[in-house]
Write a protein that binds this ligand. Structure first.
Ligand code: G3P
Length: 219
């Protein structure tokens, strides 16, 4: 599973790119608003740092979405245009995909919705794991079901596990067969953490220091 960051904060993206672990970034209007920057400017900046950058349309009618999607796609070759899983979003996505624009169909909460995204040849579909868990439904189960349905039908649309809230969601998404997992920076950071890594590192450092001191005392 490829790792993406779900953020519009440049400092977070720069740090993750420096670690060499991310293959893309997903943004949405809420994340752009949080970053306090102009949409186009910020998406272009992010595209300068990493490939596969999802930028979301904010209109809701088919023709408006087509115009907006074409405009967003021109911002940078790394851009993937996000459209919502509505009849207008799907219809607009179909037009945009047929023009060679990569589409991320967002706000997916069922296998049937995912099949609609696959039907238009979307580059990826984004099931929201955390928001399903929030309403006492099983978000990871949905990832597994979509992966199974896509495999059964030979679908090439990628399954992008979104609305990841904690490290367990990451490993569970990967085990469920998601192609991509997008997560907040704090979740990516938490993937490094294990108490035995810290303990082992402290032990190695202590042993090394002790051996150097013993050698110095002998010489
Ligand atoms: O980018 C969409 C998604 O990842 C949002 O996550 O935590 O707001 O449900 P969340």
């Amino acid at each position: 599973m490829k790792l993406f960051l779900d953020t519009a904060e440049l400092s977070e993206i720069e740090t993750a790119v420096g670690w060499g672990v991310i293959d893309g970034v997903t943004t949405n209007p809420s994340l752009i608003a949080k970053a306090g920057q102009d949409h186009e400017t910020q998406v272009k900046r992010i595209c300068g740092l990493v490939g596969n950058v999802s930028a979301e349309c904010v209109t809701d009618k088919r023709d408006d979405l087509v115009v907006e999607g074409r405009r967003i796609a021109k911002w940078h070759p790394n851009v993937i245009v996000k459209v919502p899983l509505t009849p207008d979003g799907i219809a607009a996505g179909k037009v945009l995909a047929s023009e060679g624009i990569r589409i991320n169909v967002t706000l997916c909460f069922s296998v049937n919705q995912a099949l609609l995204a696959a039907a238009i040849g979307a580059w990826c579909v984004s099931p929201f794991v955390g928001r399903l868990d929030d309403i006492n439904e099983d978000g990871i189960r949905l990832i597994r079901d979509i992966v199974d349905a896509f495999r059964a039908g030979g679908v090439t649309t990628k399954v992008l596990s979104a609305s990841i809230r904690h490290p367990l969601h990451v490993s569970q998404s990967a085990l469920a067969g998601a192609d991509i997992g997008t997560m907040p920076f704090k979740v990516l950071e938490s993937m490094f953490k294990h108490p035995l890594t810290d303990k082992g590192l402290a032990q190695f450092a202590a042993d090394y220091k002790k051996s150097q001191e013993t050698r110095a005392a002998k010489s």
